[in-house]
Design a protein around this ligand. Sequence first.
Ligand code: ZN
Length: 218
Amino acid sequence: MHDHSDRIAESWAELVDTARRTVADGLVVGTSGNVSCRIKDLILVTPTGVPYDRLGPGDLTAVDLEGRQIIGSLRPTSELPMHLAVYRDTSATAVVHTHAPYATAVSTLVTELPPVHYMAGALGGPVRVARYALYGTDELAGNTREALRDRTACLLQNHGTIAYGDGLGQALDRTAQLEWMCRVWLAASSLPGHTPSLLSPAQLDEARAKLDGYGQRD
Ligand SMILES: [Zn+2]
C-alpha cells in the first residue's frame, strides 16, 4: 500500500493539523505548545519558534528516541526531553503539550486535580501535578514521568498540560478533557461558602472500568 516515506509525510500533515487545532481550540497561544508522534523509532515533532500556520510539508522535523535529529534542519521543540520520556516509558504514539489556561491555573493551586468528574477515569485516575522545574530540562521530564505513572495525562505546575495517547486524536482529546475538568473544578470551587463534592476512589475505578470496556468495543 503505502511506503514508509508516504506514511511519514501523512503523519507530519496530521501533526501540523493537530498543532493548529490546539491554537484554534484555545489550548495554546502562539507557539507555546508542542506536539509529537511516533512511527516506529522515529519521533516527528513540532520545531521550536515557528507559528503553526507557517508550517508546511518541507518543515518536517524528526528525531530518534535519543533525541538526535534524523530529518529536517529546524530545531525541535525545547520540550523534547519531556516528549522522549513519555515514549520511553509508555506505548504512546502521540504526545500533546499545551499551556491551556484553566489547566495552568489549576496547576498553581493544588498537587492533584480534585476528582469532580468521572472522566478522570479516562485519564487513568485523579490527575497529578508534576512538580515545577525549568521548561525544557531533564528535571522537568523526570517530574513529568513521576506524575504520569498509571496516567495518560498530568498537569505541570505553573506551566500547563501533557497528555499522550494512541494517535494524535486521542492525545488531543485527552488534553481537551483535562482542560474541561479543570474548568469545571475552578467554576465549582469558586462559589463562596460551597465546596464541590468529590468522587471516591471506588467511584472513579468503576467509571474507569466502564470507560475501558467501551474503548475495547470501539
Ligand atoms: Zn510548555
